[in-house]
Design a protein around this ligand. Structure first.
Ligand SMILES: Nc1nc2c(c(=O)[nH]1)N[C@H]1C(S)=C(S)[C@@H](COP(=O)(O)OP(=O)(O)OC[C@H]3O[C@@H](n4cnc5c(N)ncnc54)[C@H](O)[C@@H]3O)O[C@H]1N2
Ligand code: MOO
Length: 599
């Protein structure tokens, strides 16, 4: 099983692969100084299968990371290290990791692990271990380092596993010959009827490729506060005021100036209600009765709650411990005047709207909403509400897609059901691309389908037909029609929703101007056994709940047919079994993607 790989760097990347116990690390520990001694500067990426940590409990960096820093960069005059919490489904993405390397500082990146990627590699083999060859399954092996007694095919470059100098020669020659290749998977050229049917991508590669074609909308419009829900802010909202505006009380109680030693009693000189103010300055030994939200008078610095005060006549005494400044909300402590209250590119919901209201904004600039055209294909597909013809099914996909598109704040253009006519479809697609930023269809993207869909797409744009290594949602068409993006989602109703969540949602969020469009993945404890196939990402519909042990637990919704929409209705999340796993057992930790924000 091999997974496509594109080197994002302008320096070569070379992998070392072997069965465990062959001595990869031992060889690299000798090869690195050998290469260094010949002037080769190199970086190493190593894949770890476990939840490793390079930090030490008790160190400041460890503690700050545990306290919630998602990235922790620790630096001294000799080295720096960046630690990133990166809970991803499946393996980490090597192209992303490589992009973290400072490529102007090294000549080559050596990679240990990531055996399944289509990455140029040297295979290490020791016949005495009795393990099979890797090169028989992997066309990316550039050379094999082995012992004298091993037979290797004549076309493979043979190296002596015990001769580090010879392996270093090979690496240096490899650097010399290497030429940068262009990055992402190109879209199929619009020529004749040739479709790229066979490209198999992982979920991560599909997302990366799609996102590389998404150009965020830059047109803006001014909207009143009430209409901001679900829209993406186009400019930083700078606070015109301090919030809170005045230093005020967080409790109903008494305001006074705390002195050392503490006074036995204070004289109550006034009442201060919210919306009013004590005009004078409190003197030592004076207190005011104060309501929550009312301005703290000049001279006062501390509040005691009403429940811990005894008022007798015109005097008040306090019980309990009192800390200087307690229950005082300082002017500007939430948002200071002139500071960015809300950064551009944030999608606004209730809390953002409330905060902007609290700052007195009446209207704000937002990015124009993406326009999304949606249609269904297939002669068997009928409009709900009309009598169902024989052997037909009602169109459900258009309604799930429209609902998810609207939830993402986009405008929907409903093109209905387009029946089997190449001309009609080509015309509809051309018009849709003029009117919309994104065109989404469902059905007709697998191998056995009415060719008219593929022919029509080929006439109007550049469309790739991919196989994504996932279930459900294996076939996916993606490309461009004019300036619009086109998504051809698979016909099966659950596959439509899963493909939308994985591929269309991030694209629409990026298009809409959001910068933070990564899905929320949450760890949960599996309550039942779940199966997948190594190399494939499985999206199982699940139900999660908070269990008595204080952790989220998750179980499947039962039957998982990709036509069974009831599995989506019963579920509240997708359970993600990553590429490297083929089975999950009860008690294993698994990532789930809650539906909460989308369905
Ligand atoms: N020989 C192969 N057959 C199939 C493969 C394959 O790789 N080789 N892949 C399977 C997978 S996985 C999927 S998913 C489907 C996807 O097929 P299409 O995208 O071509 O979709 P259709 O064949 O048009 O429809 C599939 C299924 O979905 C129903 N459908 C279609 N449109 C709607 C709609 N708007 N609302 C509700 N239901 C819809 C349709 O009636 C079919 O039952 O292909 C597999 N086959
Ligand atoms: O996309 Mo299909 O089976 O994976 O429904």
């Amino acid at each position: 099983m091999s997974i496509p790989f594109t080197n994002p760097l302008s320096i070569p990347v070379l992998g070392f692969c072997a069965y465990s116990g062959t001595g990869k690390t031992t060889l690299l520990k000798k090869l690195i100084p050998e290469l260094n001694s010949r002037g080769v500067k190199l970086a190493v990426v190593k894949h770890a299968h476990h939840n490793f940590d390079v930090d030490i409990p008790g160190k400041d960096s460890f503690e700050m990371r545990k306290a919630g820093a998602r990235q922790m960069l620790v630096a001294s005059h000799v080295r720096w290290a960046l630690m990133t919490e990166n809970a991803v489904e499946g393996d980490p993405q090597l192209p992303h990791l490589l992009q973290q390397i400072e490529q102007d500082k090294v000549d080559i990146v050596l990679v240990e692990g990531f055996k399944k990627l289509e990455l140029p590699k040297i295979e290490l083999h020791r016949a005495a271990h009795g393990k099979p060859f890797i090169h028989t399954q992997d066309d990316n092996i550039q050379a094999i380092a082995c012992c004298d007694d091993t037979q290797v095919p004549s076309e493979l470059h043979r190296l002596d596993i015990n001769n580090v100098a010879q392996i270093a020669d090979f690496v240096i020659e490899y650097i010399g010959k290497w030429q940068a290749s262009p990055a992402p998977v190109p879209l199929a050229a619009s020529s004749g009827c040739e479709f790229e049917m066979s490209k198999t991508l992982s979920v991560g590669q599909g997302i990366d490729n799609i996102l590389s074609f998404v150009k965020p909308i830059t047109d803006t419009e001014q909207l009143v506060l009430d209409d901001l829900s679900g829209r993406v802010l186009a400019e930083d909202a700078i606070s015109p005021v301090d919030v809170p505006l005045n230093t005020n009380s967080a409790m109903d109680g008494y305001a006074f100036k705390l002195s050392e030693p503490r006074l036995e009693r204070y004289t109550v000189v006034a009442d201060v209600m919210a919306g009013h103010q004590y005009k004078g300055t409190l003197q030592d030994g004076e207190a005011v009765r104060i309501m929550t939200g009312a301005p703290v008078p000049a001279g006062a610095d501390t509040i005691q709650a009403k429940e811990l005060a005894n008022e007798q006549g015109s005097e008040v005494s306090f019980q309990g411990e009192i800390v200087l400044g307690q229950h005082v909300r300082l002017a500007g402590e939430d948002i200071a005047k002139g500071k960015t209250a809300l950064a551009a590119h944030k999608r606004m919901q209730a809390s953002e709207q409330g905060m902007l209201a609290s700052l007195g904004f009446g209207q704000l600039p937002v990015f124009r909403r993406p326009k999304v055209a949606v249609f269904s294909t297939g002669d068997e597909v009928c409009q709900p509400g009309e009598p169902l013809k024989q052997n037909c099914i009602y169109d459900s996909n258009r309604f799930t897609i429209k609902s998810m598109v609207r939830k993402l704040g986009c405008e929907v253009i409903d093109l209905g059901i387009i029946h089997d006519s190449e001309d009609a479809l080509a015309e509809a697609l051309k018009q849709a691309a003029v009117d919309a930023d994104v065109v989404i269809s469902s059905g007709g993207v697998s191998v056995g389908d009415a060719d008219f869909i593929k022919l029509a797409l080929d006439r109007v744009g550049q469309i790739n037909f991919w196989r994504i290594n996932m279930r459900p949602g294996r076939p996916l068409a993606f490309g461009q029609i004019g300036d619009s993006l086109f998504f051809g989602l698979p016909g099966n109703p659950v596959a439509v929703m899963v493909s939308f969540i994985q591929f269309v949602q991030p694209a629409l969020r990026k298009l809409a101007g959001e910068t933070n469009w990564q899905p929320s993945l949450v760890p949960a404890v599996a309550d039942c056994k779940m199966r997948s196939r190594e190399g494939r990402t499985e999206f199982i519909r699940g139900v999660y709940h908070l269990a008595q042990d204080g952790k989220l637990h998750v179980t499947t919704t039962g039957a998982q047919g990709s036509g069974m929409l009831s599995s989506m209705v019963k579920g509240n999340c997708l359970i993600i079994i990553g590429e490297q796993d083929d089975q999950l057992n009860p008690g294993d930790t698994v990532y789930i993607q809650p539906f909460a924000d989308l369905l």
